[in-house]
Design a protein around this ligand. Structure first.
Ligand code: SF4
Length: 342
């Protein structure tokens, strides 16, 4: 299930941070009697009664008149791209096209929760693995553990898929690209889910009849718009030298020497044309997309579906093709037609 993203807006010193802290039961946002204590959006993952897993997003006061006020207001309002519900705190008038509730200082947290439960969009249960698997299937997961992989743990999409396969009554077997051939000597998987970066290698090792897809493609299908991504990937064939490509990451992270978005995809693109690649990380998705010939978005593993959908809409409004890492890698490795799109 997706986490429900709840954003808090209001003038400076209206009690947004106090309210977020009260909902979390801990001091997440710094609170002070001085206006403008919160300067950048602050996120906190929390379980709320009757709402389940949520992300609360505290924002800067929208009436900040300091030198940095306009930029802070822009960053606060950019949060609307990822918010499922807005809470307007104090004296503020804001016309929004997402479910909204009002809160005034002194009201109980329980009454706010009640109103949030009434307006929160109901989430339909979606399976990441969609129609790719059935109960009893043997599913092979290929998960490189290279320098880009976090030390001592698996990345979120791998954990989510593994858990879902167990929940769906499948037999899941994990291997790395190095141990793939020995895994295939032991079992004949009903389907294979791989990291997109080794699509070509895994494809080569498998019979053409074995369904193959990637973690990133499954995420794209669950969070984005997979048909738009597949159509957008066709723009890779038309890229010419000097054109600009935007790599958009939904979170900020310290890039690695083997970083997929900053190193591997740009290198594969430049084998085709000497394109200019810009990176937009976290909330810095550009307002003006008109310079770009293609946008390649990350899997958005920690982003809300609302955020990914809003970026797809912005790209389509600007007339710029958009795809994602998994689909782009399949296209760049020449196997887009071979992979299963759930
Ligand atoms: S949100 Fe995007 S950039 Fe961040 S870890 Fe997930 S896939 Fe990578």
């Amino acid at each position: 299930m997706e986490r429900l993203h709840i954003a808090f807006f209001g003038p400076a010193n209206s009690g947004k941070s106090t309210l977020v802290n009260a909902l979390c039961g801990q001091e997440v946002s710094l609170v002070s009697p001085h206006p403008g204590t919160t300067t950048d959006p602050v996120r906190k993952a929390v379980e709320l009664p009757g709402l389940g897993a949520c992300v609360l997003i505290d924002t800067a006061g929208l009436d900040d008149e300091s030198l940095l006020g306009p930029e802070r207001r822009r960053r606060s309002l950019a949060i609307l791209d990822e918010a499922d519900v807005a809470v307007l705190v104090g004296d503020i008038s804001l016309e929004l096209d997402i479910p909204t509730v009002r809160y005034s200082r002194g009201e109980s947290v329980e009454s706010l929760l009640e109103r949030l439960r009434a307006v929160a969009p109901k989430q339909e249960e979606r399976f990441l693995t969609g129609n790719l698997v059935r109960k009893g299937d043997c599913v092979l997961l290929v998960m490189p553990q290279d320098s880009e992989a976090p030390k001592g743990r698996l990345i979120l999409p791998q954990v989510q898929v593994l858990r879902e396969l167990l929940d769906r009554g499948c037999n899941a077997l994990c291997c790395t690209p190095e141990s793939l051939s020995s895994a295939l000597e032991r079992i004949k998987p009903d389907s294979v889910i791989t990291d997109s970066q080794v699509f070509a290698l895994v494809n080569k090792a498998l019979p053409a009849s074995t369904p193959l897809t990637s973690f990133s493609v499954l995420l794209a299908a669950a969070k984005g718009d997979i048909r738009t991504y597949v159509a957008g990937a066709q723009a890779i064939d038309q890229l010419s030298s000097g054109e600009r490509v935007l790599i958009a990451e939904a979170c900020t992270h310290v890039p690695d020497t083997e970083d997929i978005g900053r190193v591997k995809i740009p290198a594969l693109l430049r084998k085709r044309a000497d394109v200019k690649v810009d990176i937009a990380a976290g909330n810095d998705f550009p307002e003006d997309l008109s310079d770009y010939s293609l946008i390649i978005h990350c899997g958005g593993c920690v982003a809300s579906r609302t955020l990914v959908q809003s970026r797809i809409k912005k790209a389509l409004r600007a007339g710029v093709p958009i795809t994602n890492y998994g689909i782009a890698l399949a296209k760049l490795q020449g196997i887009l037609d071979r992979i299963v799109i759930p």
